[in-house]
Design a protein around this ligand. Structure first.
Ligand code: SF4
Length: 95
């Protein structure tokens, strides 16, 4: 993720390569979701703060946000991408 407040020590700071969708082990979105949840566990921005940053991003795809892996735009990944974005919108408190 990006655009973080500088004073906040996040789990992903300096480790963005581990938080790319393609870098997550797993064959399905659900398997990647479990890995992403572990990666973000304990982060002070987990939940609404990180989800809001995802919603404000021009393209949140291909990264993990708040424990949610967002697949890149692709012909085969729309269902998983839509599911991920819906989860983040709910976390962020968006309708
Ligand atoms: S919750 Fe957000 S800021 Fe924290 S480690 Fe996960 S992606 Fe990074």
């Amino acid at each position: 993720m990006s655009a973080l407040p500088e004073a906040v020590q996040t789990r992903c700071a300096g480790h963005s390569e581990l938080y790319t969708y393609a870098g997550l082990p797993g064959r399905s979105w659900a398997e990647r979701r479990l890995v992403a949840m572990r990666l973000c566990h304990g982060c002070p921005l987990l939940g609404a703060p990180c989800a809001r940053l995802a919603m404000e991003s021009l393209d949140p795809g291909h990264m993990v946000w708040s424990g949610v892996p967002v697949p890149p735009k692709s012909r085969d990944g729309w269902a998983d991408r839509n599911r991920a974005l819906a989860m983040l919108a709910e976390m962020a408190g968006h309708e």
